[in-house]
Design a protein around this ligand. Structure first.
Ligand SMILES: CC(C)(COP(=O)(O)OP(=O)(O)OC[C@H]1O[C@@H](n2cnc3c(N)ncnc32)[C@H](O)[C@@H]1OP(=O)(O)O)[C@@H](O)C(=O)NCCC(=O)NCCS
Length: 167
């Protein structure tokens, strides 16, 4: 494994062992039942966001080794409705890590168990902050992007982070 961390850069943070995005990736599978549906017979948006939040938190707990709190939800897209009886897969993967905050990309897809066809239905970005025992933000390990896409995503999010800090 590559030993050089791509991080937002602090001396303290270098002391923590870095982890790759794949190491903390989480995949949740849910069968959609009538209790999770709206009046149209589709999965409720709020319920879907709950699944996304859980999957994202699992990834960030795994990466940081701490309890985490949701800080932001960005760019959530509802491309297709999800119907009762469908199986939903919620995949959460880290795209960026700061000092105490972590950003995950969530991808949701459905699979038809008869045709085996899958469909990408939703995407979103969630930011979580790692908390210590007193519920204060605590430093997290660096992220070690491996693939070209992971490195590109990290740099893109780093630029957005720096722009937000400048504001
Ligand atoms: C999370 C929380 C403890 C952060 O407290 P805070 O005093 O803002 O702490 P900081 O200013 O040190 O910010 C902590 C991190 O959050 C990030 N952050 C804060 N506001 C942010 C925002 N609007 N967008 C993105 N990141 C943000 C900061 O950049 C920082 O990350 P960094 O250390 O990587 O630079 C506090 O905002 C909180 O308790 N929020 C409620 C969380 C909650 O109840 N969530 C829902 C249930 S889990």
């Amino acid at each position: 494994m590559e030993n050089t961390a791509v991080t937002s850069g602090t001396q303290e943070k270098a002391a923590l062992a870095g982890r790759t995005p794949s190491e903390s990736m989480a995949i949740m599978t849910e069968l959609i039942l009538p209790a999770q549906a709206n009046l149209l017979g589709n999965l409720q948006g709020g319920q879907l966001m709950h699944y996304m939040d859980i999957a994202g938190a699992l990834t960030c707990r795994r990466h940081s080794g701490h309890e985490v709190a949701t800080v932001t939800v960005d760019r959530i897209e509802f491309r297709y409705p999800i119907h009762v009886g469908e199986v939903v897969t919620v995949t959460s993967k880290l795209v960026w890590v700061g000092r105490t905050s972590m950003k995950v990309r969530i991808v949701v897809g459905t699979e038809d168990f008869k045709t085996h066809q899958s469909k990408l239905t939703n995407t979103a970005y969630f930011t979580f902050v790692a908390l210590d025992e007193t519920d204060r933000p605590v430093m997290v390990p660096p992220l070690l992007p491996q693939t070209e896409q992971e490195k590109k995503d990290f740099e893109h999010e780093q630029e957005k982070y720096e722009a937000r800090k400048r504001k």
